[in-house]
Design a protein around this ligand. Structure first.
Ligand code: ADP
Ligand code: MG
Length: 279
């Protein structure tokens, strides 16, 4: 199984947008895809893919319940499907993930058991047979480096990193090595960077200079995603991926939008090749 977390330390750089469209591109390539939304903010993946109706239902089962050994039902019942993508939506209880996981860790310690609070998503996915059932797993974590991110990294061991080639994006890529080594040291595992993706590129000179610097530093930038506000805002309005938006909600095709869709397809193919997984 190909597995990765779409991560960046900065918020609003296009993680969710990229994750959803990469997942859709994987489905287009004939692969069976599972996405996990670990971000409780309103405008998250679960909203974008229109699977967030149970997020504040206290009675509903949730992924976190499975992670702390308090499931209310079968793992398979957590899954909703949107555009051919299987999704485990975010539930508001995830905001308290740290509290519940640490409490469970203490309880386990009292009984002489071990319970690693960072590895519970991995355990749940293994026990559910996700590694055998799916070709691709994509996780959309929150922008904060918390216990949810740690669980995502343990479960995927690979990251795809979008950034804006401007202002804070400059810093976030320069801090990239630190980010990845920080995670590796913290979790005592190796973390692979599958791709670094400039997003919202506008063709400005200082952006070109920055991207050149990154290439000189040895970073490979397989695709650059341009500013596509109209199409991507439309996706949030219609709650769908860009592929569905262009196909269903646009009266005529626009070349620059088709170009961006092709980039999502190319990028997903590039990532598969990076991991050398069969199509
Ligand atoms: N290439 C792009 N061009 C224009 N707007 C974009 C682009 N990528 C993302 N956005 C917009 O930026 C906002 C934040 O994107 P989102 O995917 O929610 O980021 P994050 O998950 O990192 O917070 C959204 O309104 C989204 O439509
Ligand atoms: Mg997001």
């Amino acid at each position: 199984m190909l597995a990765y977390t779409v991560y960046s330390e900065a918020g609003g750089v296009g993680k969710t947008t990229l994750a959803a469209n990469l997942a859709r591109a994987e489905v287009r390539a004939g692969r069976k895809v599972l996405m996990i939304d670990l971000d409780t903010q309103e405008a998250s993946l679960s909203y974008l893919l229109d699977v967030d109706e149970d997020r504040d239902n206290d009675q509903a089962d949730s992924l976190l319940r499975h992670m702390i050994d308090r499931p209310r039902g079968d793992f398979s019942e957590l899954i909703k499907t949107s555009e051919g993508i299987d999704v485990i939506p975010a539930h508001n209880i995830l905001e308290y993930a740290s509290k519940h996981l640490r409490r469970r860790e203490e309880e386990a310690a009292d009984f002489g058991e071990t319970f690693n609070p960072n590895k519970q998503l991995l355990r749940v996915l293994r026990e559910a047979g996700v590694h055998e059932t799916y070709d691709t797993l994509v996780i959309d974590p929150p922008a904060t480096a918390d216990i949810k991110l740690h669980n995502a990294i343990h479960a995927t061991r690979h990251v795809v990193i979008p950034f804006e080639p401007s202002g804070k994006g400059y810093e976030s890529v320069q801090g990239l090595d630190q980010l990845v080594t920080g995670l590796e040291d913290n979790l005592e595992i190796e973390v692979g960077v599958l791709a670094v993706i400039p997003n919202r590129y506008k063709g400005m000179n200082d952006q070109d200079r920055f991207l050149d610097e990154l290439r000189d530093d040895g970073w490979e930038l397989p695709v650059t995603l341009r500013e596509r506000s109209s199409m991507l805002e439309g996706c949030w309005a219609e709650q769908c991926t860009a592929f569905t938006y262009v196909e269903t909600h646009r009266e005529r095709e626009r070349d620059h939008e088709l170009d961006t869709l092709e980039k999502f397809d190319n990028l997903s193919e590039y990532i598969r090749r990076e991991k050398e997984v069969p199509a």
